[in-house]
Design a protein around this ligand. Structure first.
Ligand SMILES: Cc1cc2nc3c(=O)[nH]c(=O)nc-3n(C[C@H](O)[C@H](O)[C@H](O)COP(=O)(O)OP(=O)(O)OC[C@H]3O[C@@H](n4cnc5c(N)ncnc54)[C@H](O)[C@@H]3O)c2cc1C
Length: 489
Protein backbone atom coordinates (compact mmCIF):
# COMPACT_ATOMS: atom_id res chain seq x y z
CA UNK A 1 0.00 0.00 0.00
CA UNK A 2 1.35 3.39 -0.95
CA UNK A 3 0.45 6.59 0.78
CA UNK A 4 -0.56 9.04 -1.94
CA UNK A 5 1.21 12.34 -2.22
CA UNK A 6 -0.46 15.61 -1.65
CA UNK A 7 0.96 18.92 -0.67
CA UNK A 8 -0.36 22.11 0.86
CA UNK A 9 1.65 25.32 0.82
CA UNK A 10 1.76 27.14 4.13
CA UNK A 11 4.71 29.37 3.47
CA UNK A 12 6.13 28.84 6.96
CA UNK A 13 9.63 27.44 6.66
CA UNK A 14 9.75 26.02 10.16
CA UNK A 15 6.48 24.22 9.62
CA UNK A 16 7.96 22.49 6.59
CA UNK A 17 9.52 19.33 7.91
CA UNK A 18 11.61 16.87 5.96
CA UNK A 19 11.85 13.33 7.31
CA UNK A 20 14.68 11.22 5.92
CA UNK A 21 13.85 7.51 6.10
CA UNK A 22 10.47 5.88 5.76
CA UNK A 23 10.75 2.94 8.15
CA UNK A 24 8.97 2.70 11.48
CA UNK A 25 10.81 5.69 12.97
CA UNK A 26 10.04 7.95 9.99
CA UNK A 27 6.37 6.93 9.90
CA UNK A 28 5.93 7.40 13.66
CA UNK A 29 7.62 10.80 13.51
CA UNK A 30 5.22 11.92 10.76
CA UNK A 31 2.24 10.58 12.72
CA UNK A 32 3.31 12.24 15.94
CA UNK A 33 4.09 15.55 14.21
CA UNK A 34 0.51 15.58 12.98
CA UNK A 35 -0.73 14.78 16.48
CA UNK A 36 1.55 17.28 18.23
CA UNK A 37 0.62 20.30 16.11
CA UNK A 38 -2.60 22.24 15.96
CA UNK A 39 -1.79 24.56 13.06
CA UNK A 40 -0.58 24.14 9.49
CA UNK A 41 2.32 21.80 8.89
CA UNK A 42 3.86 20.44 5.73
CA UNK A 43 5.69 17.11 5.93
CA UNK A 44 7.87 15.65 3.18
CA UNK A 45 9.00 12.11 3.91
CA UNK A 46 11.81 10.86 1.70
CA UNK A 47 12.44 7.15 1.92
CA UNK A 48 14.16 4.72 -0.38
CA UNK A 49 11.52 2.01 0.07
CA UNK A 50 8.30 2.16 -1.95
CA UNK A 51 6.18 1.84 1.19
CA UNK A 52 6.16 3.86 4.38
CA UNK A 53 6.34 2.34 7.86
CA UNK A 54 7.99 -0.97 7.06
CA UNK A 55 11.76 -0.54 6.82
CA UNK A 56 13.81 -3.67 7.47
CA UNK A 57 11.70 -5.13 10.26
CA UNK A 58 8.18 -4.87 8.84
CA UNK A 59 8.81 -5.38 5.10
CA UNK A 60 8.96 -9.14 5.43
CA UNK A 61 5.93 -10.91 3.97
CA UNK A 62 6.76 -14.14 5.76
CA UNK A 63 3.90 -14.86 8.20
CA UNK A 64 6.35 -16.72 10.46
CA UNK A 65 8.16 -13.45 11.21
CA UNK A 66 6.27 -12.19 14.24
CA UNK A 67 6.58 -9.12 16.41
CA UNK A 68 8.48 -10.10 19.52
CA UNK A 69 5.89 -9.15 22.11
CA UNK A 70 2.13 -9.27 22.60
CA UNK A 71 -0.05 -6.74 20.78
CA UNK A 72 -0.92 -5.04 24.06
CA UNK A 73 2.68 -3.75 24.17
CA UNK A 74 2.86 -2.25 20.71
CA UNK A 75 0.02 0.23 20.14
CA UNK A 76 1.09 3.59 18.76
CA UNK A 77 -1.21 5.61 21.02
CA UNK A 78 0.27 5.62 24.54
CA UNK A 79 -3.03 6.72 26.08
CA UNK A 80 -4.81 3.70 24.59
CA UNK A 81 -2.88 0.54 25.49
CA UNK A 82 -5.41 -1.62 23.62
CA UNK A 83 -5.08 0.43 20.42
CA UNK A 84 -3.31 -2.25 18.37
CA UNK A 85 -5.48 -5.06 19.76
CA UNK A 86 -8.64 -3.17 18.75
CA UNK A 87 -7.23 -2.44 15.31
CA UNK A 88 -6.39 -6.12 14.85
CA UNK A 89 -9.87 -7.09 15.94
CA UNK A 90 -11.42 -4.91 13.25
CA UNK A 91 -8.90 -5.38 10.42
CA UNK A 92 -6.82 -8.55 10.81
CA UNK A 93 -9.35 -11.06 9.47
CA UNK A 94 -9.97 -9.02 6.32
CA UNK A 95 -6.21 -8.86 5.83
CA UNK A 96 -5.92 -12.63 6.17
CA UNK A 97 -4.70 -13.12 9.74
CA UNK A 98 -6.28 -14.40 12.96
CA UNK A 99 -4.64 -15.06 16.32
CA UNK A 100 -4.30 -18.73 17.27
CA UNK A 101 -7.50 -20.26 18.68
CA UNK A 102 -8.12 -19.23 22.27
CA UNK A 103 -5.61 -16.35 22.21
CA UNK A 104 -7.01 -12.84 22.69
CA UNK A 105 -5.90 -10.17 20.21
CA UNK A 106 -4.18 -8.28 23.03
CA UNK A 107 -2.07 -11.34 23.89
CA UNK A 108 -1.34 -12.36 20.31
CA UNK A 109 1.99 -11.88 18.52
CA UNK A 110 0.94 -10.62 15.07
CA UNK A 111 3.13 -11.03 11.99
CA UNK A 112 5.46 -8.12 11.39
CA UNK A 113 4.03 -7.35 7.92
CA UNK A 114 0.66 -6.81 9.59
CA UNK A 115 2.22 -4.50 12.15
CA UNK A 116 3.65 -2.45 9.28
CA UNK A 117 0.16 -2.24 7.77
CA UNK A 118 -1.20 -1.04 11.13
CA UNK A 119 1.39 1.75 11.26
CA UNK A 120 0.59 2.75 7.67
CA UNK A 121 -3.13 2.87 8.47
CA UNK A 122 -2.55 5.13 11.45
CA UNK A 123 -0.54 7.56 9.37
CA UNK A 124 -3.00 7.51 6.47
CA UNK A 125 -5.87 8.15 8.84
CA UNK A 126 -4.10 11.01 10.59
CA UNK A 127 -3.30 12.63 7.22
CA UNK A 128 -6.89 12.24 6.02
CA UNK A 129 -8.39 13.52 9.28
CA UNK A 130 -6.18 16.61 9.19
CA UNK A 131 -6.30 17.22 5.45
CA UNK A 132 -7.13 20.90 5.89
CA UNK A 133 -3.98 21.79 7.78
CA UNK A 134 -1.50 18.99 7.07
CA UNK A 135 0.36 18.68 3.82
CA UNK A 136 2.02 15.31 3.35
CA UNK A 137 4.24 14.21 0.52
CA UNK A 138 6.01 10.88 0.17
CA UNK A 139 9.06 10.99 -2.07
CA UNK A 140 10.41 7.56 -2.95
CA UNK A 141 14.10 8.34 -3.35
CA UNK A 142 17.42 8.09 -1.53
CA UNK A 143 18.75 11.18 0.23
CA UNK A 144 22.45 11.65 -0.52
CA UNK A 145 23.14 15.04 1.01
CA UNK A 146 21.89 17.88 3.16
CA UNK A 147 22.71 21.55 2.59
CA UNK A 148 22.11 24.53 4.81
CA UNK A 149 19.64 26.62 2.85
CA UNK A 150 18.84 30.05 4.32
CA UNK A 151 17.15 29.38 7.65
CA UNK A 152 16.46 25.78 6.67
CA UNK A 153 17.84 22.91 4.64
CA UNK A 154 18.01 21.63 1.11
CA UNK A 155 17.62 17.86 0.95
CA UNK A 156 19.49 16.43 -2.04
CA UNK A 157 18.34 13.12 -3.45
CA UNK A 158 19.95 10.46 -5.60
CA UNK A 159 17.68 11.31 -8.53
CA UNK A 160 18.89 14.92 -8.40
CA UNK A 161 15.92 16.53 -6.64
CA UNK A 162 16.50 19.30 -4.10
CA UNK A 163 13.77 19.68 -1.51
CA UNK A 164 13.66 22.83 0.62
CA UNK A 165 12.43 22.42 4.19
CA UNK A 166 12.71 24.31 7.46
CA UNK A 167 13.63 21.39 9.71
CA UNK A 168 14.90 17.86 9.13
CA UNK A 169 14.48 14.63 11.06
CA UNK A 170 16.97 11.85 10.39
CA UNK A 171 15.13 8.54 10.71
CA UNK A 172 17.70 6.61 8.74
CA UNK A 173 17.43 3.44 10.82
CA UNK A 174 19.74 0.49 10.55
CA UNK A 175 22.71 0.07 8.27
CA UNK A 176 23.59 -3.46 7.21
CA UNK A 177 26.88 -4.69 8.58
CA UNK A 178 27.71 -7.80 6.70
CA UNK A 179 24.69 -8.48 4.57
CA UNK A 180 26.98 -9.43 1.73
CA UNK A 181 30.38 -9.21 3.33
CA UNK A 182 32.23 -11.62 5.58
CA UNK A 183 33.06 -10.36 9.06
CA UNK A 184 35.84 -7.83 9.37
CA UNK A 185 39.20 -9.27 8.41
CA UNK A 186 37.67 -12.19 6.61
CA UNK A 187 38.76 -13.00 3.09
CA UNK A 188 37.08 -14.85 0.31
CA UNK A 189 34.06 -14.78 -1.92
CA UNK A 190 31.92 -11.84 -0.83
CA UNK A 191 28.69 -12.69 -2.64
CA UNK A 192 28.46 -16.02 -0.90
CA UNK A 193 27.02 -14.51 2.26
CA UNK A 194 23.35 -13.89 1.70
CA UNK A 195 21.23 -11.03 2.93
CA UNK A 196 18.66 -12.68 5.24
CA UNK A 197 15.78 -10.47 4.13
CA UNK A 198 16.40 -10.85 0.42
CA UNK A 199 14.01 -13.37 -1.13
CA UNK A 200 16.79 -14.90 -3.21
CA UNK A 201 18.64 -15.88 -0.04
CA UNK A 202 16.36 -18.91 0.15
CA UNK A 203 16.10 -19.85 -3.55
CA UNK A 204 16.80 -23.55 -3.98
CA UNK A 205 17.52 -24.01 -0.27
CA UNK A 206 15.36 -27.14 -0.24
CA UNK A 207 18.22 -28.86 -2.13
CA UNK A 208 20.91 -27.78 0.38
CA UNK A 209 22.23 -30.04 3.10
CA UNK A 210 24.13 -27.59 5.33
CA UNK A 211 23.37 -23.92 5.93
CA UNK A 212 25.67 -21.77 8.01
CA UNK A 213 23.95 -18.90 9.79
CA UNK A 214 26.16 -16.07 11.03
CA UNK A 215 24.47 -14.93 14.24
CA UNK A 216 22.30 -16.54 16.90
CA UNK A 217 19.93 -13.69 17.78
CA UNK A 218 16.54 -12.55 16.54
CA UNK A 219 17.73 -12.11 12.96
CA UNK A 220 19.14 -15.65 12.94
CA UNK A 221 15.75 -16.90 14.04
CA UNK A 222 14.20 -15.05 11.06
CA UNK A 223 16.68 -16.87 8.81
CA UNK A 224 15.87 -20.29 10.24
CA UNK A 225 12.11 -19.75 9.98
CA UNK A 226 12.49 -18.52 6.39
CA UNK A 227 14.64 -21.51 5.48
CA UNK A 228 12.14 -23.92 7.05
CA UNK A 229 9.26 -22.25 5.21
CA UNK A 230 11.24 -22.57 1.96
CA UNK A 231 11.52 -26.33 2.49
CA UNK A 232 15.02 -26.69 3.96
CA UNK A 233 15.41 -30.11 5.57
CA UNK A 234 19.14 -30.14 6.25
CA UNK A 235 21.34 -29.05 9.16
CA UNK A 236 22.05 -25.58 10.47
CA UNK A 237 25.36 -24.47 11.91
CA UNK A 238 25.02 -21.16 13.72
CA UNK A 239 28.10 -19.16 14.67
CA UNK A 240 28.25 -16.16 16.97
CA UNK A 241 30.91 -14.53 19.13
CA UNK A 242 29.41 -15.53 22.48
CA UNK A 243 27.05 -18.29 21.46
CA UNK A 244 24.06 -16.60 23.07
CA UNK A 245 21.03 -18.15 21.44
CA UNK A 246 17.80 -16.18 21.08
CA UNK A 247 15.36 -16.87 23.91
CA UNK A 248 11.60 -16.86 24.15
CA UNK A 249 9.68 -13.92 25.57
CA UNK A 250 8.05 -14.83 28.85
CA UNK A 251 5.19 -12.86 30.32
CA UNK A 252 7.03 -11.87 33.50
CA UNK A 253 6.61 -9.02 35.92
CA UNK A 254 9.61 -6.93 36.88
CA UNK A 255 11.35 -8.22 40.03
CA UNK A 256 10.47 -5.79 42.86
CA UNK A 257 12.90 -3.49 44.64
CA UNK A 258 15.88 -4.04 42.35
CA UNK A 259 16.41 -0.28 42.01
CA UNK A 260 14.95 2.55 44.05
CA UNK A 261 13.48 5.06 41.54
CA UNK A 262 13.93 7.83 44.13
CA UNK A 263 17.58 6.99 44.61
CA UNK A 264 18.93 5.50 41.40
CA UNK A 265 22.55 4.32 41.38
CA UNK A 266 25.12 6.76 40.10
CA UNK A 267 27.67 4.13 39.06
CA UNK A 268 27.58 1.09 36.82
CA UNK A 269 29.13 -1.02 39.58
CA UNK A 270 26.15 -0.17 41.82
CA UNK A 271 23.72 -1.33 39.12
CA UNK A 272 25.67 -4.58 38.75
CA UNK A 273 25.65 -5.04 42.54
CA UNK A 274 21.88 -4.46 42.64
CA UNK A 275 21.42 -7.02 39.84
CA UNK A 276 23.52 -9.55 41.79
CA UNK A 277 21.44 -9.01 44.93
CA UNK A 278 18.28 -9.48 42.88
CA UNK A 279 19.73 -12.67 41.38
CA UNK A 280 20.23 -14.14 44.85
CA UNK A 281 16.74 -13.20 45.89
CA UNK A 282 15.28 -14.61 42.65
CA UNK A 283 17.06 -17.93 43.22
CA UNK A 284 15.76 -18.13 46.78
CA UNK A 285 12.21 -17.25 45.76
CA UNK A 286 11.76 -19.24 42.57
CA UNK A 287 11.76 -16.24 40.29
CA UNK A 288 13.19 -15.92 36.80
CA UNK A 289 16.45 -14.14 36.04
CA UNK A 290 14.84 -12.21 33.18
CA UNK A 291 12.79 -10.34 35.77
CA UNK A 292 15.92 -8.33 36.60
CA UNK A 293 15.99 -6.80 33.11
CA UNK A 294 12.33 -5.84 33.46
CA UNK A 295 13.19 -3.99 36.66
CA UNK A 296 16.18 -2.13 35.21
CA UNK A 297 14.91 -1.29 31.73
CA UNK A 298 12.46 1.50 32.69
CA UNK A 299 15.33 3.36 34.39
CA UNK A 300 17.84 2.82 31.62
CA UNK A 301 17.55 6.28 30.00
CA UNK A 302 18.36 7.92 33.34
CA UNK A 303 21.09 5.44 34.24
CA UNK A 304 22.64 5.84 30.80
CA UNK A 305 22.59 9.61 31.07
CA UNK A 306 24.36 9.45 34.43
CA UNK A 307 26.98 6.95 33.31
CA UNK A 308 30.48 8.12 32.45
CA UNK A 309 31.89 7.38 29.00
CA UNK A 310 34.15 4.78 30.62
CA UNK A 311 31.18 3.03 32.21
CA UNK A 312 29.25 3.10 28.94
CA UNK A 313 32.19 1.51 27.16
CA UNK A 314 32.52 -1.11 29.90
CA UNK A 315 28.84 -1.92 29.55
CA UNK A 316 29.10 -2.16 25.77
CA UNK A 317 32.18 -4.37 25.93
CA UNK A 318 31.26 -6.74 28.73
CA UNK A 319 27.54 -6.65 29.41
CA UNK A 320 25.83 -5.67 26.16
CA UNK A 321 25.62 -9.17 24.61
CA UNK A 322 23.99 -10.58 27.76
CA UNK A 323 21.69 -7.59 28.17
CA UNK A 324 20.51 -7.85 24.57
CA UNK A 325 20.04 -11.59 24.80
CA UNK A 326 17.77 -11.13 27.80
CA UNK A 327 15.95 -8.09 26.48
CA UNK A 328 15.46 -8.87 22.81
CA UNK A 329 13.54 -12.08 22.96
CA UNK A 330 11.29 -13.77 20.44
CA UNK A 331 7.70 -14.93 20.22
CA UNK A 332 7.36 -18.28 22.08
CA UNK A 333 5.90 -20.02 19.04
CA UNK A 334 8.98 -19.08 16.97
CA UNK A 335 11.37 -20.36 19.64
CA UNK A 336 9.36 -23.59 19.90
CA UNK A 337 10.04 -24.19 16.19
CA UNK A 338 13.74 -23.66 16.78
CA UNK A 339 13.68 -26.04 19.73
CA UNK A 340 12.00 -28.71 17.60
CA UNK A 341 14.80 -28.33 15.04
CA UNK A 342 17.34 -28.68 17.86
CA UNK A 343 15.62 -31.81 19.18
CA UNK A 344 15.73 -33.30 15.69
CA UNK A 345 19.53 -32.86 15.76
CA UNK A 346 19.46 -30.36 12.90
CA UNK A 347 20.98 -27.40 14.74
CA UNK A 348 24.55 -26.99 15.91
CA UNK A 349 25.80 -23.85 17.56
CA UNK A 350 29.41 -22.71 17.88
CA UNK A 351 31.02 -19.68 19.55
CA UNK A 352 33.67 -17.98 17.53
CA UNK A 353 34.42 -15.70 14.63
CA UNK A 354 34.08 -16.17 10.90
CA UNK A 355 37.48 -15.54 9.35
CA UNK A 356 37.27 -16.68 5.76
CA UNK A 357 35.17 -18.11 3.02
CA UNK A 358 36.29 -20.06 -0.05
CA UNK A 359 34.51 -22.06 -2.66
CA UNK A 360 35.58 -25.69 -2.47
CA UNK A 361 36.11 -27.87 -5.55
CA UNK A 362 32.77 -29.62 -5.12
CA UNK A 363 31.01 -26.23 -5.29
CA UNK A 364 30.23 -26.05 -1.57
CA UNK A 365 31.64 -23.34 0.67
CA UNK A 366 34.58 -23.83 2.99
CA UNK A 367 33.95 -21.54 5.93
CA UNK A 368 36.93 -20.76 8.12
CA UNK A 369 36.23 -19.80 11.69
CA UNK A 370 38.15 -19.36 14.92
CA UNK A 371 36.58 -20.72 18.12
CA UNK A 372 36.19 -18.23 20.94
CA UNK A 373 39.40 -17.96 22.98
CA UNK A 374 41.43 -19.90 20.42
CA UNK A 375 43.94 -18.98 17.71
CA UNK A 376 43.31 -22.13 15.72
CA UNK A 377 41.35 -21.81 12.51
CA UNK A 378 38.83 -24.48 11.73
CA UNK A 379 36.93 -25.17 8.56
CA UNK A 380 33.35 -26.22 8.15
CA UNK A 381 31.51 -27.02 4.90
CA UNK A 382 28.20 -25.41 4.02
CA UNK A 383 26.07 -25.10 0.92
CA UNK A 384 25.25 -21.50 1.71
CA UNK A 385 26.03 -18.87 4.32
CA UNK A 386 23.40 -16.40 5.49
CA UNK A 387 24.56 -13.35 7.45
CA UNK A 388 22.38 -12.45 10.43
CA UNK A 389 25.01 -10.92 12.65
CA UNK A 390 23.55 -7.51 13.14
CA UNK A 391 24.05 -3.99 11.94
CA UNK A 392 26.73 -1.34 11.82
CA UNK A 393 26.08 1.35 14.42
CA UNK A 394 29.36 3.21 14.04
CA UNK A 395 28.63 5.96 11.52
CA UNK A 396 32.35 6.25 10.72
CA UNK A 397 32.18 2.76 9.24
CA UNK A 398 28.94 3.22 7.32
CA UNK A 399 29.41 3.72 3.58
CA UNK A 400 26.03 5.39 2.99
CA UNK A 401 26.45 8.66 0.98
CA UNK A 402 24.23 10.73 3.30
CA UNK A 403 26.10 9.56 6.38
CA UNK A 404 29.42 10.43 4.76
CA UNK A 405 28.10 13.82 3.66
CA UNK A 406 26.76 14.72 7.11
CA UNK A 407 30.01 13.69 8.79
CA UNK A 408 32.16 15.51 6.22
CA UNK A 409 30.23 18.74 6.79
CA UNK A 410 30.44 18.36 10.56
CA UNK A 411 26.64 18.61 10.69
CA UNK A 412 26.62 15.43 12.75
CA UNK A 413 29.27 14.04 15.04
CA UNK A 414 29.76 10.38 15.96
CA UNK A 415 28.72 9.66 19.52
CA UNK A 416 31.70 9.00 21.80
CA UNK A 417 30.48 5.46 22.43
CA UNK A 418 30.90 4.69 18.71
CA UNK A 419 27.15 4.11 18.41
CA UNK A 420 25.22 6.55 16.22
CA UNK A 421 25.54 10.30 16.52
CA UNK A 422 25.70 12.87 19.29
CA UNK A 423 22.39 14.53 20.13
CA UNK A 424 20.29 15.95 22.95
CA UNK A 425 18.52 12.91 24.33
CA UNK A 426 15.38 14.81 25.31
CA UNK A 427 14.59 16.34 21.91
CA UNK A 428 16.73 14.33 19.49
CA UNK A 429 18.34 17.59 18.35
CA UNK A 430 21.62 16.69 16.68
CA UNK A 431 24.93 18.07 18.00
CA UNK A 432 27.62 19.20 15.58
CA UNK A 433 31.33 18.44 15.81
CA UNK A 434 31.73 21.38 18.22
CA UNK A 435 29.06 19.92 20.51
CA UNK A 436 26.55 22.65 19.61
CA UNK A 437 22.90 21.87 18.90
CA UNK A 438 22.31 22.08 15.14
CA UNK A 439 19.34 24.31 14.52
CA UNK A 440 16.45 22.41 12.99
CA UNK A 441 18.21 19.03 12.68
CA UNK A 442 16.98 16.03 14.68
CA UNK A 443 17.32 12.27 14.82
CA UNK A 444 14.88 9.59 15.91
CA UNK A 445 15.53 5.92 16.64
CA UNK A 446 18.72 4.06 15.78
CA UNK A 447 20.99 7.10 15.20
CA UNK A 448 20.46 7.85 18.91
CA UNK A 449 21.74 4.47 20.08
CA UNK A 450 24.76 5.93 21.86
CA UNK A 451 22.74 8.79 23.37
CA UNK A 452 19.83 6.81 24.80
CA UNK A 453 21.13 3.26 24.47
CA UNK A 454 17.74 1.57 24.20
CA UNK A 455 16.29 3.38 21.19
CA UNK A 456 15.41 0.61 18.81
CA UNK A 457 12.36 -1.33 19.97
CA UNK A 458 8.88 -0.21 18.97
CA UNK A 459 8.10 1.39 22.34
CA UNK A 460 11.35 3.34 22.40
CA UNK A 461 11.00 4.47 18.81
CA UNK A 462 7.49 5.64 19.61
CA UNK A 463 8.61 7.58 22.70
CA UNK A 464 11.47 9.14 20.70
CA UNK A 465 9.14 10.14 17.85
CA UNK A 466 6.74 11.78 20.31
CA UNK A 467 9.52 13.68 22.08
CA UNK A 468 11.02 15.01 18.85
CA UNK A 469 7.61 15.81 17.33
CA UNK A 470 6.61 17.80 20.41
CA UNK A 471 9.90 19.68 20.40
CA UNK A 472 9.55 20.52 16.71
CA UNK A 473 5.93 21.53 17.20
CA UNK A 474 7.00 23.94 19.92
CA UNK A 475 9.24 25.65 17.35
CA UNK A 476 6.74 25.98 14.51
CA UNK A 477 5.30 29.47 13.96
CA UNK A 478 1.89 28.33 15.13
CA UNK A 479 3.41 27.18 18.40
CA UNK A 480 0.43 24.90 18.88
CA UNK A 481 1.60 21.82 20.72
CA UNK A 482 -0.31 18.92 22.14
CA UNK A 483 1.92 17.14 24.61
CA UNK A 484 1.11 13.49 24.09
CA UNK A 485 3.61 11.93 26.44
CA UNK A 486 2.62 14.28 29.26
CA UNK A 487 -1.04 13.68 28.58
CA UNK A 488 -0.49 9.96 28.85
CA UNK A 489 1.25 10.11 32.22
C1 LIG B 1 14.38 -7.95 11.64
C2 LIG B 1 13.96 -7.05 12.76
C3 LIG B 1 12.86 -7.36 13.53
C4 LIG B 1 12.46 -6.53 14.56
N1 LIG B 1 11.39 -6.88 15.31
C5 LIG B 1 11.02 -6.09 16.33
C6 LIG B 1 9.91 -6.45 17.15
O1 LIG B 1 9.28 -7.49 16.94
N2 LIG B 1 9.58 -5.64 18.19
C7 LIG B 1 10.28 -4.49 18.46
O2 LIG B 1 9.95 -3.79 19.42
N3 LIG B 1 11.32 -4.14 17.69
C8 LIG B 1 11.70 -4.90 16.65
N4 LIG B 1 12.76 -4.53 15.88
C9 LIG B 1 13.43 -3.26 16.22
C10 LIG B 1 12.74 -2.00 15.63
O3 LIG B 1 11.35 -2.02 15.68
C11 LIG B 1 13.19 -1.79 14.25
O4 LIG B 1 14.58 -1.70 14.28
C12 LIG B 1 12.56 -0.54 13.63
O5 LIG B 1 11.64 -0.97 12.70
C13 LIG B 1 13.56 0.35 13.01
O6 LIG B 1 12.89 1.34 12.28
P1 LIG B 1 13.70 2.49 11.63
O7 LIG B 1 12.74 3.28 10.83
O8 LIG B 1 14.48 3.21 12.66
O9 LIG B 1 14.79 1.77 10.73
P2 LIG B 1 14.72 0.92 9.40
O10 LIG B 1 13.75 -0.18 9.49
O11 LIG B 1 16.13 0.59 9.09
O12 LIG B 1 14.15 1.94 8.32
C14 LIG B 1 14.88 3.05 7.89
C15 LIG B 1 14.44 3.37 6.50
O13 LIG B 1 15.08 4.55 6.09
C16 LIG B 1 15.62 4.35 4.81
N5 LIG B 1 16.77 5.22 4.65
C17 LIG B 1 17.94 5.20 5.32
N6 LIG B 1 18.76 6.16 4.86
C18 LIG B 1 18.08 6.79 3.89
C19 LIG B 1 18.40 7.84 3.01
N7 LIG B 1 19.60 8.43 3.04
N8 LIG B 1 17.48 8.24 2.11
C20 LIG B 1 16.27 7.64 2.05
N9 LIG B 1 15.91 6.63 2.85
C21 LIG B 1 16.81 6.21 3.75
C22 LIG B 1 15.98 2.89 4.76
O14 LIG B 1 16.08 2.44 3.43
C23 LIG B 1 14.79 2.29 5.49
O15 LIG B 1 13.71 2.09 4.64
C24 LIG B 1 13.18 -5.34 14.84
C25 LIG B 1 14.29 -5.03 14.06
C26 LIG B 1 14.68 -5.86 13.03
C27 LIG B 1 15.87 -5.49 12.21
Amino acid sequence: MLIDSFSVEHGMANAQIGIVGGGLAGALTALKLIRATTEGIDITLIGSDPEIGRGIAYSTRNPSHLVNGPAKNFGVEPQQPDHLARWLQSHAAALGWQPPAGVAFADSFPPRWLYGTYVQHQLEQAIAQNAGRVGFRHVSDRVVGLRRHGQGYGIVTQSGAAIAVGQVVLATGLFRKSATEPAEGARGARPSIHDPWHDQAYDGIDRDREVLVVGTGLSALDVILSAEDAGFKGRYIAISRRGLLVQERLDLTAWPDVLDPQDLPTQLSQVVAAARRARRSIRQNDGHLHQIAGAIRPHLPELWERATLREKRQFIRHLRPFWENILHRAAPVSVERLQAIQRAGRFTQVSGRLTGLDRAEDGSLAVQWTPRGSQVTRTVRADRVIGADGFEFDWRKVSDPLVKDLLAQGLVHPDDTGFGIAAHGASGQVLDSAGQGVDGLYAVGHPLRGVNWESNSIGEQLAGAIRTAEFIASRTPSGGVRAELEASQ
